[in-house]
Design a binder for this molecule. Structure first.
Ligand code: GTP
Ligand code: MG
Length: 197
């Protein structure tokens, strides 16, 4: 599966302002700076489609990107960035959860996890809440180019182990590097199955 055309459609600060259509959509969520916007650019093959930054907190709105005029990829603000004022954080959190729990178009959420890190409480809690609310999700371990394979594997095993304490059936996961463009075929293959069953 290859994306032929990807273009920015709309930014929204509330779920009510998201595009009024019935196109299916897939969203990326994860800690600030984990690589959501970079992954979106890698998958679409359009370099600066979603704005990226080495400073966490770059994406601040719900951004819809129209793919091949048929579906949307949605870039969301990250969570867990300490330097954002509490009021801002609360605002993003409400916007994101309203979107994740109330958007009828949303078919799947990809939760991105930094492959360099041991299991993080914040990520486990976030995934737990998605699960409790029945939001279908997949995992993507990002920045694979930044670790040795063995170290990455250990972090993944530890994370899945931590998840298995509360999850019966573990979610499927992918490994990606936006830098080296790995994981693209696998993730797009799954997206195709979700969007065009
Ligand atoms: P927020 O919008 O702030 O929540 O961040 P984000 O999750 O969208 O992250 P973004 O894509 O902006 O990437 C954050 C930083 O990580 C940027 O400096 C990227 O270049 C870098 N980055 C993202 N993915 C990769 C990757 O696979 N490998 C490497 N080496 N760097 C990456
Ligand atoms: Mg971003």
């Amino acid at each position: 599966y290859q994306i032929k055309e990807a273009k920015f459609n709309k930014s929204a600060s509330r779920v009510e302002n998201c595009p009024q259509d019935d196109l299916p959509e897939i969203a990326f969520i994860g800690r600030s700076n984990v690589g959501k916007s970079s992954l979106l650019n890698m998958l679409t093959g359009v370099k600066n489609l979603a704005k990226t930054s080495s400073t966490p907190g770059k994406t601040q709105l719900i951004n819809h990107f129209l793919i091949d005029n048929k579906w949307h990829l949605v870039d969301l603000p990250g969570y867990g960035y300490a330097k954002v004022p509490v009021s801002e954080k609360a605002k993003w959190e409400k916007m994101t959860w309203d979107y994740l729990l109330q958007r009828p178009n949303l078919l799947y959420v990809f939760v991105l996890l930094d492959i360099r890190l041991s299991p993080q409480k914040k990520d486990l809690e976030f995934i737990q809440k998605l699960g409790e609310n029945g939001v279908p999700l997949k995992l993507v371990f990002t920045k694979a180019d930044k670790v040795k394979t063995m170290e990455g594997q250990k972090n993944i095993t530890d994370f899945m182990g931590a998840l298995s304490e509360t999850w019966q059936i573990l979610p499927e996961y992918f490994i990606s590097s936006s830098e080296r463009k790995t994981g693209k075929t696998e993730i797009l293959g799954l997206i195709e199955e979700i969007i065009f069953p």
